[in-house]
Structures are given as structure tokens and as C-alpha cells.
Ligand binder design. Structure first.
Ligand SMILES: NC(=O)C1=CN([C@@H]2O[C@H](COP(=O)(O)OP(=O)(O)OC[C@H]3O[C@@H](n4cnc5c(N)ncnc54)[C@H](O)[C@@H]3O)[C@@H](O)[C@H]2O)[C@H](O)CC1
Ligand SMILES: [K+]
Length: 508
């Protein structure tokens, strides 16, 4: 599913109008119909529209007319003088008046308060600001947003909740908290990132007739269920365990044997044909053959951590189809050399997580020039150590950070967060839409490492393994949360969820 920035949306709009000859008013009418359809079921007691000075307001004026003509009581406030309306918004204003509607021009906060006081309508519609938002909201618009957020009837947002930056999802001053957002033609990146995503409520993407081929090369996307299903490795009836790869996980240390088990469960529930855990030998009695499906190999260790193990690991990696390194590894000065040896001396697709990333941060230059896929799965703190950005700056612009690092070092970056983003070396970006706050707990990332390593081992490219892995991991957490809730959800609960998600994606 495509995701656009406001800038790309404006270009798309312009191409549809100027190159294809779509009248702008036709697009606005289609947008208004989709908005009307979302408002209608809630408008038994009438609908109150708050409209701004641009085309977002124009959509609202058109939707108000459509509902009025259906017999629905509507009241419309315009937060500018009608004389200042331009183009299609002006045309919609005149149509509304000719169809018997009334529009109250609101010049100040007192007029707004008088208009809104005791409003009888059962739904409010936010058509104040859309993709044209270009500065922090203040004054009259801020008062209107404050009123919408302070009252109890549901709010439907037109295109994007007013005050949410359509690109980065930031709140510019203040923003509308909507129950539902009807967005046009494509998702906007600001609706995929927090806090914008939360302010939007349920999101509906409405087709307004713009040909899909315009900007079909747009680099941003979000996996729908169907997109994810198409990426799942297919299984032929006449296949065997060798057909689905042999994944290796280099993981675990004294006190963190559980990470190895969690990661192993992630790989085993994601279709790997075979799995070998490579661990400090002292951990083997602790694991005690659990999980039974995994083979175990003891690596040299020091103080409970893998140490001096490069040669042993390299020979054990012969014949493996993917390697994941990091879960529960602990910090050891020797890990950097282990990672460098694997990067330089194998062509096995590789995932690096957790303390593997902290080791890599010593010199990410060792990533350069590797032909086989490398997937990094940092959280913002690990990302900061890797790239030198401040955590705060990464949180402000996770896409910019992930894209820059992925392009610079030729790897796939899966930057974790409430909205995980995955960037490819070529500049493609997937926003992950699955997952929930219950997954913000220790061990969740270990499971993800296992999932992605298993997918790499089954032949998926780095970008597809990371984005499908992120999708199924989040969806497994969502399934588990239905049973366990957010507070009681543990990483182990996600293993069975993974199996169920893959079953659904495979049509079973
Ligand atoms: N293909 C489409 O996407 C279509 C989109 N439509 C709708 O049009 C808006 C975008 O319209 P635009 O006129 O470009 O911008 P806005 O209506 O969002 O607002 C512009 C208006 O507001 C002023 N402004 C900007 N920031 C602020 C602020 N903080 N406070 C007050 N005023 C502000 C700015 O100066 C302009 O005057 C899109 O979202 C869709 O809803 C079409 O109708 C159909 C096709
Ligand atoms: K809006």
C-alpha cells in the first residue's frame, strides 16, 4: 500500500489535474463523497462542520452540501471570510449556498464559542487544515481544535487531523484527536508515524479517482495483509527441510540464556527448515535441550560471553543460509572482530541486533561493500550509537535517519519504535502498521531477530525479510494481546501468535 508525503500528494494532485485533465472540482467532489460516507452513520442528530480557508475546508463545504441534500441537518462554520476563499473551495461555498445551506463566517474566538455553544449535532467534522498546514496552529484555529477535543461527540477528520504535520506526524502547536480520519488517494507518512497516527484514530483511505500510475515509483509504503501474504515464502508439497534454509543464531551469555530461547522460538515459528543456536558452552546445560527442534553448538567463551570464537563460528557457518547475531550476547570487546570476520569472510545473509549493534558501532565501515544482505535492527539508542545522531533527533525524524544510514552503508535498517520504519539501501521505506504497546517489554526484539533470520534463510531479500518480519511480529503481538492484554503480554506469548499469523497469511 502506497504512502505519500504531503509534497508528493500535491505533485500527484497537480499531475492528475494538469497532465491528465481531471478537473480539480471533480477530485474535491469525490473526496467529499468519501467524507460524507464516513460522517453519515454518526449524523442521526445532524453534523457540525468546522471548515478552514483552503481546500480541506472546500471538502467540508462539499460534504455538508451532500448531507444537507439527503435531509441531514448540518451547520457549517468557516474560519475565514467567504470573500477570501479561492478556486474549488470558493465554488463549493457557492454551491452550498445555492442548495439552501448556510455558512457562518467566524472572525474571532467569541463568535466561535457562540456558534459551538450547546451544539445539538451528534458528530463534528474537522475540515480546518489538511496537507497545506505550514506553520504552528495558534489563535482562532487553536481555539477550534481545543473545542473539538474538549467536547464529547465523535470527530471525523478530513484527510488528516488538523494540526498534524502530514510528513513527520508531529503536532504543530495542537491537533485534533479524531475517532476516524478519511484520507484521500493514499496514506500520508504523517499518519503512519506517532503521534499523528494516534491522533488519526481509525484511518480510511478513499479512492478519489486519481490514476494509480501517478507516482507509482513513490518510495514509501505500508504492508497491507495482502502485501504481507504475497511476501510469505511459498511451500511446495514435494519439499523437505533442506528447502527452507538452515538458520544460525549467535546469541546468549551468562544471565541471558532466555534471549537465545526467545530468538530460537521466533525462527522456529517462522518456517526455518533447520536451526542451529551457537552459544557459550556454559549455557547448554541451562537450555537443557529446549527448544528441542534447535541444534546447539558451543562456542569458545570468556566470563560467560562468546569470546575468541571467530574461527569456530566461521567453520560452523559453512552451509548455513542465514545468520543472526546479537540477542542476549552481552558486551565483549571481541564481538566486533567476530562480526567483521563473518561480514568479510562469508556471503551469508546476516542480521545484527542488540549488543551485536553496539559492537558494530565501533566502526560501521566494515559494512561497506558487502554483496550479501545485512539487516540491522536497532532501537533509537542503538541507532544513535551507530550513526552519531542524537536520540531526540532520531525520534523527530526516524525515516530520515534510517534512510541516510541504509544508503551510506548499503544495508537494510529496521529502526524500532512505536512506529517501526524499515529502510532499504536504495531509499525505499516501509512503515510497519502492526504491533501494540504490550510488546514494549524485554525479549520482544529477540523474537523479531529470530523471525527475520529465518526469513533471510528462506531466501527473502534483506528488505523483504525485515518488513515481512516486522509485520508478522507485530501481528503476532496483536493476536497475543487479545488473549493476554497489554500488561500481561510476554515475548514468549508471541511464538504461537507467529504460527497463527503465518497460517492466516497462507490462507489456512
Ligand atoms: N488530491 C488531493 O489530495 C485532494 C485534496 N484535497 C483537499 O485539499 C487539502 C489541501 O488543500 P490546501 O488548500 O493545499 O491546504 P489546506 O486546506 O490544508 O490549508 C491551506 C490554508 O491554510 C493555511 N494554513 C496553513 N497552516 C495554517 C495554520 N497553522 N493556521 C492557520 N492557517 C493555516 C494556509 O495558508 C492556506 O491558506 C487536502 O488536505 C485535502 O483535504 C482536495 O479537495 C481534493 C483533492
Ligand atoms: K483536517
Amino acid at each position: 500500500m502506497r504512502v505519500l508525503t504531503p509534497e508528493l500528494m500535491r505533485q500527484t494532485d497537480r499531475t492528475a489535474i494538469e497532465d491528465y485533465g481531471f478537473p480539480g472540482l471533480v477530485l474535491m467532489e469525490k473526496a467529499a463523497m468519501a467524507l460524507r460516507d464516513a460522517v453519515r452513520p454518526l449524523a442521526q442528530g445532524g453534523a457540525l462542520f468546522l471548515c478552514g480557508s483552503g481546500n480541506n475546508g472546500g471538502d467540508g463545504l462539499a460534504a455538508a452540501r451532500m448531507l444537507l441534500l439527503e435531509g441531514c441537518p448540518v451547520r457549517v462554520a468557516l474560519l475565514t471570510s467567504a470573500g477570501k476563499l479561492k478556486g474549488d473551495a470558493r465554488a463549493e461555498y457557492e454551491l452550498l449556498l445555492r442548495c439552501g445551506g448556510a455558512v457562518r463566517e467566524i472572525a474571532d474566538e467569541a463568535a466561535l464559542a457562540a456558534f459551538c455553544a450547546g451544539a445539538p449535532e451528534s458528530v463534528a467534522v474537522d475540515c480546518l487544515l489538511g496537507t497545506g498546514l505550514d506553520r504552528a496552529v495558534s489563535g482562532l484555529y487553536a481555539a477550534a481544535i481545543g473545542w473539538l477535543n474538549g467536547q464529547h461527540r465523535p470527530v471525523i477528520a478530513c484527510d488528516i487531523p488538523s494540526g498534524v504535520d502530514g510528513r513527520l506526524g508531529h503536532i504543530l502547536g495542537c491537533a485534533v484527536r479524531a475517532q476516524k480520519t478519511v484520507t484521500f488517494h493514499a496514506l500520508k507518512s504523517g499518519l503512519c508515524l506517532y503521534p499523528g497516527r494516534e491522533y488519526a484514530g481509525e484511518i480510511v483511505v478513499a479512492d478519489i479517482g486519481i490514476p494509480p500510475q501517478i507516482h507509482s515509483d513513490c518510495p514509501y509504503e505500508q504492508l497491507s495483509f495482502e502485501d504481507a501474504a504475497a511476501l510469505v515464502p511459498k511451500r511446495a508439497r514435494d519439499s523437505h527441510k533442506g528447502s527452507y534454509g538452515h538458520a544460525a543464531l549467535i546469541c546468549g551469555s551468562a544471565g541471558m540464556a532466555g534471549a537465545a530461547r526467545l530468538s530460537a522460538g521466533g525462527a522456529l515459528r517462522s518456517g526455518t527448515g533447520l536451526l542451529t543456536l551457537m552459544l557459550p558452552g556454559s549455557l547448554l546445560p541451562l537450555l537443557n535441550g529446549d527448544p528441542p527442534e534447535a541444534m546447539c553448538l558451543a562456542l569458545p567463551e570468556k566470563d560467560g560471553r562468546i569470546h575468541g570464537a571467530a574461527q569456530a563460528a566461521l567453520s560452523a557457518l559453512a552451509g548455513k543460509s542465514a545468520v543472526g547475531i546479537g540477542p542476549g550476547l552481552g558486551k565483549d570487546c571481541d564481538h566486533f572482530s567476530l562480526i567483521r570476520h563473518i561480514l568479510e569472510q562469508t556471503d551469508i545473509p546476516m542480521l545484527i541486533d542488540a549488543d551485536g549493534l553496539n559492537a558494530l558501532a565501533q566502526d560501521p565501515d566494515i559494512l561497506r561493500g558487502r554483496a550479501a544482505p545485512v539487516v540491522l535492527t536497532p532501537h533509537p539508542g542503538e541507532m544513535a550509537r551507530l550513526c552519531g545522531w542524537k536520540v531526540q533527533d532520531i525520534l523527530q525524524d526516524p525515516v530520515g535517519c534510517a534512510v541516510e544510514f541504509a544508503a551510506r552503508w548499503g544495508c537494510v535498517v529496521l529502526l524500532k519504535g512505536s512506529a517501526t520504519v524499515i529502510a532499504s539501501p536504495e531509499g525505499r521505506v516501509t512503515f510497519n502498521a502492526t504491533g501494540n504497546p504490550g510488546m514494549a517489554a524485554g525479549g520482544s526484539g529477540d523474537v523479531l531477530s529470530g523471525v527475520i533470520t529465518a526469513l533471510l534463510g528462506q531466501g527473502l531479500g534483506g528488505y523483504d525479510a525485515a518488513r515481512l518480519g516486522s509485520y508478522v511480529h507485530g501481528a503476532a503481538g496483536d493476536l497475543a494481546a487479545r488473549e493476554m492484554g497489554y500488561h500481561g503480554l510476554t515475548a514468549s506469548d508471541m511464538h504461537k501468535g507467529l504460527a497463527r499469523v503465518f497460517a492466516r497469511l497462507s490462507g489456512l
